[in-house]
Design a protein around this ligand. Structure first.
Ligand code: ADP
Ligand code: MG
Length: 264
């Protein structure tokens, strides 16, 4: 290495540190050899170095958002077996582009237990994180607890405003437990505050016709469903539980008696 190159590397070490982009140092050296061999222009070289830094930053940003989202298990679209749910393949493929998030559209996943609703909800959440959106995942019951706490502390409006900064909120398991009247109202406020501003993904083992029973009020349920589905993709999963496939058990009782299965 010539003295000139050594000086340049020293300077690069300092500059990469000052930019808080230490990866640039490593990438710049490796790409310089490649650039010399392939006869790149200065512009090609600079673009290649910066591109590596930007994609590394995006990837670590996505990873931070995934960890902050509270998914529990990590599920992706890549490990979803669409042969088990062929009717939603195309719908999911178009959601994977993330366009529904920028349009503040919702996604509703309906179907019996074990058909992959939570899996797809998390997978769409992971996709959203990769597209640069902040995401929060919780069950309907947990959302109601969170909103009730905020309400009791007199900071419900602040909480709803804060939640609107998340590009995607996932509400898993609507309908597993019926809500009290107060809880139903809080839930309604969450849905309303996001309407046409930011996306929701909801999962439920009940068809919309059963939501009146969950919210204890047909009118509240109808108003909520109206807001949710006005701009939404509704995906209906079918068939037997994926967990029980190949085990000679085709069906589950429609009302489950176990409560300790959080992945329901
Ligand atoms: P639901 O929320 O509809 O009750 P889950 O999404 O929790 O079902 O699915 C139950 C388990 O089976 C999870 O571990 C999930 O990853 C897996 N699973 C369900 N459907 C599929 C599928 N089509 N491909 C791969 N794994 C699946
Ligand atoms: Mg589930």
């Amino acid at each position: 290495m010539s003295t000139k190159t050594t000086d340049a590397v020293k300077q690069l070490t300092y500059l990469a540190g000052a930019l808080k982009a230490p990866r640039i140092l490593d990438v710049a050296g490796r790409l310089a050899d490649q650039a010399r061999d392939a006869g790149w222009t200065f512009e090609d070289y600079l673009a290649a170095v910066l591109e590596r830094e930007v994609s590394a930053r995006n990837a670590s940003g996505a990873e931070l958002r995934i960890r902050a989202a509270g998914f529990g298990a990590r599920k992706t679209l890549e490990d979803f077996d669409f042969d088990a749910q062929p009717t939603v393949r195309n719908q999911v493929a178009s959601l994977a582009s993330g366009g529904f998030l920028t349009e503040a559209r919702n996604v509703v996943l309906l179907g019996p237990p074990g058909t992959g609703k939570t899996h797809l909800a998390i997978a769409l959440g992971v996709t959203a994180c990769r597209h640069g959106h902040r995401v929060l995942f919780a069950t309907a019951t947990d959302w109601v607890t969170r909103l009730s706490d905020a309400h009791r502390a007199g900071r419900l409006p602040a909480e709803l405003t804060k939640l609107r900064r998340y590009g995607l909120i996932i509400i898993d398991e609507v309908g597993y437990l019926p809500f009290e009247q107060d809880a139903a109202n809080l839930f309604f406020q969450l849905v309303s505050s996001r309407y046409e501003h930011a996306s929701l993904v909801l999962t439920s083992n009940l068809p919309f016709s059963g939501w009146g029973g969950v919210f204890g009020d047909q009118v509240v349920a109808a108003a909520m469903i109206d807001r949710i589905v006005h701009h939404a993709d509704v995906l209906t999963l079918k068939g037997a539980s994926y967990r029980l496939r190949n085990r000679g058990i085709d069906t589950l009782p429609s009302i489950r008696t176990t409560t300790n299965d959080t992945q329901g």
